[in-house]
Ligand binder design. Structure first.
Ligand code: BES
Ligand code: ZN
Ligand code: ZN
Length: 463
């Protein structure tokens, strides 16, 4: 827990020191411990040289200190942010609160006996107006990231499409949001042949959940956040290898992040209308599975030849996007998906791939990403690339005829965005971290995209 300090008695003080010209103070992330008597101690984290300091450095330093205290099984500590405040122009409170909450994150486990790691972290915000409100906003955003991490970390037997539908519905209800759950029957009525083809591969029925937040009732604009919710991807009859199937429980990370983002936007009462759309399926092998060579008819009417049953994400997203446009009247679309292995080869685990059909929308998105501290990189969508997804027998082919797997997947989705401004995010490499880069990250689900999507809502709401 992270709260504002009101002179509570604590075991530890966590503070920060800048390296000075005479080389006193802390080198970057250097630690020193001092005893204050009465069993009370101080941990000081070095911030390095002032001229090299950034907001990212502030987040890292705070999380580093908290991680170190966790190693000592500390139960309570107060964080003194005055030094960081001096560096970032009185802006340290939200940064410190967010980083501290993320550092306190503990991965869910199913051990029969688990250690109790209760740790109350107080932030000394003396003299800061609106401290409680700023802290609540910052920790609310961190909680949203944690919500997404927790869902991504759940194994497939603890998170089937029905269970995920229930989890996101519950989160939405807590934020007083309207939800709707479509089952296979409803999908059939709507003609969602692409989503159903994947959904029918498993005895665990597909679901599609929408969550609506109307923060600006006077406006007709609705931002759709569409997230891939494959609760497990075996590849289907184009079965993945053992190594390829590892972690495919996290193939619903896109859906987790759009749910987290819309709830965070609603909790902050942002003046914007948002619709989260989450198609949820398992991609498995069964007598009713779809097969390579099948031709599907999507809800849009466009037909799709299946080159691989493992390229299932774009199929479920296609119908989800059409539903958002035609049945819900959304005016702008962001989709987020763990879509291609190719993006991992290209950008590794630091940067997500981005495609768009609208430069102005994309520049707003990039500004939001920079505020969030998340990295996205735009890929080209030159018309020549459309050849990659041509089929001799259908309107579209669900894999590429000639490499460029991430671009082909993006262009496939663009074909369903109709004339709406659209952004596609491929987070296959970034939604899970095996080796975290920064101290506020953790092994497993990363919550990639949550903060950027929230910041995008914030930014569009201001306009
Ligand atoms: N869920 C995978 C993509 C993925 C790969 C996510 C690695 C996370 C880590 C997706 O459904 C998939 O299987 N994509 C195929 C597409 C191919 C068959 C065109 C891929 O990238 O290999
Ligand atoms: Zn797949
Ligand atoms: Zn997948």
């Amino acid at each position: 827990m992270v709260t504002i300090w009101k002179n509570e008695d604590v075991e530890w003080l966590l503070n920060f020191a800048v390296k000075t010209e005479d080389n006193s103070g802390g080198g970057w992330l250097e630690l020193s411990v001092a005893c204050r008597g009465n069993g009370k101690q101080t941990l000081t984290v070095g911030l390095g040289k002032a001229e090299e300091f950034t907001l990212l450095a502030a987040r890292r330093a705070v999380a580093h200190g908290v991680n170190e205290l966790k190693k000592f099984s500390v139960k309570s500590a107060v964080v003194d942010i005055t030094t960081i405040n001096d560096m970032v122009g009185d802006n340290a409170l939200p940064i410190a609160a967010e980083a501290a909450r993320l550092a306190l994150f503990k991965r869910e486990n199913w051990k029969s006996k688990d250690k109790n790691e209760d740790f109350t972290l107080y932030i000394d915000a003396a003299g800061q107006p609106d401290a409680e409100k700023i802290l609540n906003t910052a920790t609310g955003l961190a909680e949203a990231v944690i919500f997404a991490r927790d869902l991504v970390n759940k194994p497939a037997n603890k998170l089937t499409p029905a269970m995920m539908a229930e989890a996101v519905t519950e989160a939405a209800k807590k934020a007083n949001l309207q939800t709707e759950v479509l089952d296979a029957k409803a999908m059939e009525k709507l003609g969602m042949g692409a989503l159903l083809a994947v959904g029918q591969s498993s005895a665990n029925e597909p679901k599609m959940v929408t969550i609506a937040y109307t923060g600006n009732p006077g406006s007709k604009d609705v931002l759709a956040l569409v997230g891939k919710g494959v609760t497990f991807d075996t590849g289907g009859y184009n079965l993945k290898s053992t190594a390829g199937m590892a972690w495919m429980q996290g193939d619903m990370a896109g859906a987790a992040s759009v749910c987290a983002a819309i709830v965070a936007a609603a909790n902050q009462k942002l003046k914007i209308n948002v619709l989260a759309v989450m198609p949820m399926v398992e991609n498995r092998i069964s007598p009713s599975s779809f097969l390579p060579g099948d031709v599907l008819t999507s809800m849009s009417g466009k037909t799709i030849e299946i080159g691989s049953t493992d390229a299932e994400g774009r199929l479920i997203l296609a119908d989800a996007i059409t539903y958002a446009i035609r049945n819900k009247g959304v005016t702008r679309i962001v989709d987020i998906a763990t879509l291609t292995g190719a993006v991992v080869g290209m950008f590794g685990h630091t940067t997500a791939g981005l495609m768009t059909n609208d430069d102005a929308f994309c520049s707003a998105f990039m500004e939001a990403a920079s505020q969030a501290g998340e990295r996205f990189w735009q890929l080209p969508s030159f018309p020549e690339y459309r050849k990659l997804i041509e089929s001799p027998v259908a309107d579209l082919y669900n894999i590429s005829n000639d490499g460029c797997g991430t671009i082909a997947a993006g262009l496939f989705l663009e074909a369903f965005a109709e004339d709406k401004p659209w952004i596609h995010l491929d987070v296959a490499g970034t939604a899970r971290l095996d080796k975290p880069y920064f101290e506020f990250q953790s092994k497993g689900g990363s919550g990639m995209g949550v903060t950027t999507l929230y910041q995008l809502c914030h930014l569009l709401a201001e306009k």
